[in-house]
Ligand binder design. Structure first.
Ligand code: SF4
Length: 401
């Protein structure tokens, strides 16, 4: 049985999902008895999937993950199963199997989104914002820590809004304090903070809690006030500038990650230049730039003055080129410093261990390579002296204790 959990955020994600379904469908000729498609693509294109991909035995929407065992049973009886319709239900609390290496785990604290950015399809696919109860999250984190997890990564479509639906208040600061009190956790990392909800209380928690890595992932999406307004974002250029300066002064050394969209409908050359100079001035430690993707069913898709793919890609490429230079210069500044690194593996070719610093989230950020005379296992934390750098990699050697 193969279950494909899909994404449908933007075109490239949809293509990857479809490609994966097709690849998995090939196993139906051999050992695979059931092919099940769930997640956002299934939520968005259920009819098309059933019509175009007869190999698929079951399609499950985003609100019905918890019923996957029933779906399998039914599909095993030879029925084609289609299950939808519970998108806004409270999130199910289930035992989970870790799909990540044993030393790290993602922990989802909420699902859905109420921000309604005009370019984004997610609220239609994941429903309105629903937080998990704090005690459920904390006990899950305790279980994970007991099972060997050292780095807990907090995720949601918008982590900063946590608690507002359940408790009538923004409770992320309190949740983080409680997670940092779990003895066996070594790092707690938070992804996807919406800039508007980064309160002084939250900044204080980042400044004070030692286990909370000094790393904030704040997708700003743009920096021109008019484009931000058309995107349905709640902050303008000045607000973003103030926020970033405040974060840097209140949490010295904080690593800031962001993502931006280039080529939003109607983005003028001048508005794009505002974005580009903001990226130059703010010198984000990590940055992803994407060409705007026109998504059916979103308000932005109907806006006039959609830009050509060439212009969008060219602008995203310009942002990335600027960021590459910034990244290289920030990386060079690290030479000579000491850094705690979470070991992720050993590379035979270079005879070096590799891993991540506190400033690097898995998959999206940079890698630290280091030589060591000691033996290390994935999940160990090692102090490394940085000796060399390039744009996205640091190289050093372990400091023996
Ligand atoms: S905050 Fe994120 S998930 Fe929510 S609508 Fe905006 S881009 Fe989409």
């Amino acid at each position: 049985m193969i279950i494909v959990n899909t994404c449908a955020f933007i075109d490239s994600a949809k293509e990857e999902s479809i490609q994966t379904i097709l690849e998995m469908a090939a196993y139906k000729e051999d050992r695979c008895q059931l092919l099940i498609v769930c997640g956002c693509l299934a939520e968005r294109y259920r009819d098309e999937i059933l019509r175009e991909l007869p190999e698929v035995d079951a399609v499950v929407g985003t609100g019905d993950y918890a019923k996957i065992a029933d779906v399998v049973r039914q599909a095993n009886l030879g029925e084609q199963v289609v299950l939808y319709g519970h998108m806004n239900e409270p999130l199910a609390e289930e035992n989970r199997m870790l799909a990540t290496p044993g030393y790290m785990a993602y922990c989802k604290i909420a699902d859905g989104c109420d921000n309604l950015c005009t370019y984004c399809i997610i609220p239609q696919l994941r429903g309105s914002y629903r937080s998990r109860r704090m005690e459920d999250i904390v006990s899950e984190a305790e279980r994970l820590a007991e099972g060997g997890v050292r780095e807990l990564i907090i995720i949601a479509q918008d982590t900063s809004r946590y608690g507002i639906d359940l408790y009538g208040a923004y409770m992320l600061p309190e949740l983080l304090r409680r997670l940092c009190a779990i003895e066996k956790l070594h790092w707690v990392r938070v992804l996807y903070l919406y800039p508007e909800m980064i309160t002084d209380e939250l900044i204080d928690v980042f400044a004070r809690e030692e286990k909370l890595v000094k790393y904030m992932d704040i997708p700003i999406q743009h920096a021109d006030s008019q484009v931000l307004r058309r995107m349905g974002r709640h902050l303008n250029h000045e607000d973003l500038t103030t926020l970033i300066k405040k974060l840097r002064s209140r949490v010295p050394g904080i690593v800031l990650r962001t993502t931006v969209i280039a080529g939003f409908p109607g983005e003028t050359e001048e508005q794009f230049e505002t974005l580009l100079s903001f990226v130059c001035d703010m010198r984000f430690d990590r940055l992803g730039a994407f060409a705007y993707s026109q998504e059916d069913g979103t308000p932005a898709a109907k806006l006039p003055d959609q830009l050509s793919e060439d212009i969008k890609n060219e602008r995203a490429g310009k942002v990335l080129a600027v960021q590459e230079e910034i990244s290289l210069s920030l990386q060079m500044d690290k030479i000579g410093t000491l850094m705690e690194v979470l070991v992720e593996g050993y590379e035979e070719e270079s005879l070096m261990y590799f891993g991540r610093s506190a400033g690097d989230a898995p998959e999206v950020d940079n890698t630290v390579y280091f030589a060591s005379e000691d033996e290390h296992a994935p999940g160990d934390f090692v102090m490394v002296k940085i000796l060399n750098a390039d744009t996205y990699e640091l190289v050093g050697s372990a400091v023996l204790e």
